[in-house]
Design a protein around this ligand. Structure first.
Ligand code: NAP
Length: 279
């Protein structure tokens, strides 16, 4: 099987490394020529170009560009493909993309590997990024069984646990566990920085340790990705943020009113529930 990757950044580059290591011929397309050259040099791909024509003979293509470029990329490549070629993407939001992509190309299956780091670009690509990660695929009722099976098999070969659901359920779930945490974490960093006592901020920066590292990681990462999550999953993230705000108001009230048993109840529940999310 000959594989194509569009967008040779953190996700696309990491995919290229693992798939090349598995023995596939991987053809890459990226926006910048220097990225393409680097991808060849680092053995992420067999060949790469800024021209989509290079994907002409591929059997399966992963679109790994920023979310806003996924549909425009599909529009540009389809004229070079045979009808059997399967296209998948790795976008963090599925609803709008899967609907439109399926209209453009019937052999399309949406994917979202739940793997990443705080870094971006081809320099951030690493092998085994997807090992032990979850990957959600979001076929529609009309998606071909063959395309679903091939995409599932390849994600499994990369070490992923594959889950299948609808784009709608995917977007709701990731709003809670991925997109909302980005906004909360960003707001945490922002609130610390905006503290008007300079001496406190200076000391806090020195004292910040593992707790702050964990809670600030996703808010201090890829800006473009955070912005796209908000733009493309706007309604779902808004409803999560509002519910979060209501729960925060309860916590503030408990502390203001010294309702310690109520606060203890919340903290006991969160302590019990966390292991159910982090397996
Ligand atoms: P990234 O590191 O910024 O990589 C994206 C790459 O796409 C860039 O390096 C850029 O390469 C290339 N690119 C941009 N516009 C392009 C275009 N029009 N045509 C071809 N290539 C283009 O971002 P990423 O973190 O890999 O994210 C890529 C996708 O993965 C996004 O859709 C995101 O939702 C999804 N995702 C990200 C994560 C995560 O944690 N980061 C996790 C799961 C899924 P050049 O160097 O050539 O400009």
């Amino acid at each position: 099987m000959k594989i194509g990757i569009v967008g040779l950044g953190l996700i696309g580059g990491s995919l290229g490394l693992d798939l090349t290591n598995q023995g596939y011929d991987v053809m890459g397309v990226s926006r910048q020529l220097k990225t393409c050259n680097l991808a060849i040099e680092k053995k992420i791909v067999k060949d790469a170009s800024t021209d989509f024509k290079i994907l002409g003979q591929t059997d399966l293509i992963f679109i790994c560009t920023p979310i806003a470029q996924i549909l425009p990329s599909i529009e540009k490549i389809i004229k070079y493909l045979s009808r059997e070629t399967i296209i998948t993407d790795v976008g963090s939001v599925k609803g709008e993309i899967v609907d439109h992509a399926t209209q453009l190309w019937q052999n399309f299956v949406g994917s979202h590997p739940m793997a990443g780091t705080a870094n971006q670009g081809i320099e951030a690509a690493e092998s085994h990024l997807f090992d032990h990660a979850s990957c959600v695929i979001t076929p529609l009722p009309q998606t071909s069984r063959d395309a679903i099976d091939k995409v599932t098999t390849i994600w499994r070969s990369l070490g992923c646990q594959v889950y299948k659901t609808t784009p709608e359920i995917h977007d709701q779930a990731v709003a809670w566990i991925s997109h909302l945490p980005v906004m909360i974490s960003a707001n945490l960093i922002n609130s610390c920085v905006n503290n008007d006592n300079e001496e406190v901020v200076k000391l806090a920066k020195k004292l910040a340790s593992s707790g702050f590292r964990d809670t600030s990681r996703v808010g201090g990462g890829n800006v473009e990705l955070g912005l796209m999550m908000a733009q493309y999953n706007r309604e779902k993230i808004l409803s999560c943020l509002k519910e979060y705000q209501e729960n925060l108001t309860i916590i503030i009230d408990n502390i203001e009113q010294k309702k310690w048993p109520e606060l203890e109840t919340i903290l006991t529940k969160t302590q019990e529930e966390r292991p159910n999310f982090i397996l």
